[in-house]
Design a protein around this ligand. Structure first.
Ligand SMILES: CC(C)(COP(=O)(O)OP(=O)(O)OC[C@H]1O[C@@H](n2cnc3c(N)ncnc32)[C@H](O)[C@@H]1OP(=O)(O)O)[C@@H](O)C(=O)NCCC(=O)NCCS
Length: 195
């Protein structure tokens, strides 16, 4: 599915073939510092959340990018981490950034995600409903500017009492469940039972 912003920019799901242009745009927007951002440590070598990578395209040229990533907002509280967001310098202040954020938030809601976190300026992200109200007890390892950690509840109350480190979700490996149960069963049989 794709959608057009007012000046015929198309916002659509990212495709595999967008990778090189996306990386080039991120280099242009952030420079090499992008690789040392604390949030990058949660993203490196991992996949974005299913269906939550978007690009903005104009006349076949990729001019905007935004992806969301599965994380935990403290132990056992699933969330998605928004970013990086970038729009090509030639195309800024035309609503492309806002269109990407709104599209991604709508998709996150439709995909059942309950909370979105990001590191960014409240002066920009506040307009979409992000604030530091419920993120003050959360930490992102390596982030010194704690006030830039912002959250948005997709489901009301999803960040109530959130505290602890923002981390990676434990991968679900259903195929291992029978094996774990078989080992546990064997172990139980080996323990001498009380008379
Ligand atoms: C931030 C960014 C994605 C915005 O893209 P965009 O397509 O220009 O965004 P929009 O058109 O939706 O909004 C533009 C408005 O946001 C403002 N804005 C941009 N960055 C801002 C910031 N960090 N804080 C406050 N306002 C900001 C612009 O001044 C503009 O204001 P105006 O509408 O009053 O003219 C783009 O500037 C960018 O790629 N920047 C470099 C990467 C970056 O810094 N990203 C993180 C931002 S915290």
């Amino acid at each position: 599915m794709s959608a057009r912003t007012q000046d015929m920019t198309t916002i659509r799901q990212e495709r595999r073939t967008d990778a090189a242009a996306r990386e080039q745009l991120l280099d242009t927007a952030y420079g090499a510092v992008r690789f040392s951002k604390p949030s990058e440590r949660l993203r490196r070598g991992r996949q974005p959340a299913d269906g939550l990578s978007f690009v903005a395209v104009e006349d076949g040229r990729l001019v905007g990018t935004l992806r969301l990533w599965p994380v935990t907002a403290g132990a056992g509280r699933p969330a998605v981490l928004l970013g990086p967001l970038a729009v090509h310098p030639d195309c800024r202040k035309r609503g492309i950034g806002a269109a990407l954020v709104k599209r991604a938030l709508r998709a996150a809601r439709n995909n059942g995600h309950r909370a979105v976190l990001l590191v960014g300026d409240v002066s920009y992200y506040g307009r979409f409903g992000f604030s530091a109200e419920k993120t003050s007890q959360l930490r992102l390892p390596g982030l010194s500017e704690a006030h830039r950690l912002l959250g948005l509840e997709v489901t009301q109350g999803a960040l109530d009492g959130a505290r602890g480190s923002i981390g990676l979700p434990v991968p679900r490996v259903p195929a291992l469940a029978p094996l774990v149960e078989a080992i546990a069963h064997r172990a139980r049989r080996m323990v001498p039972q009380a008379a």
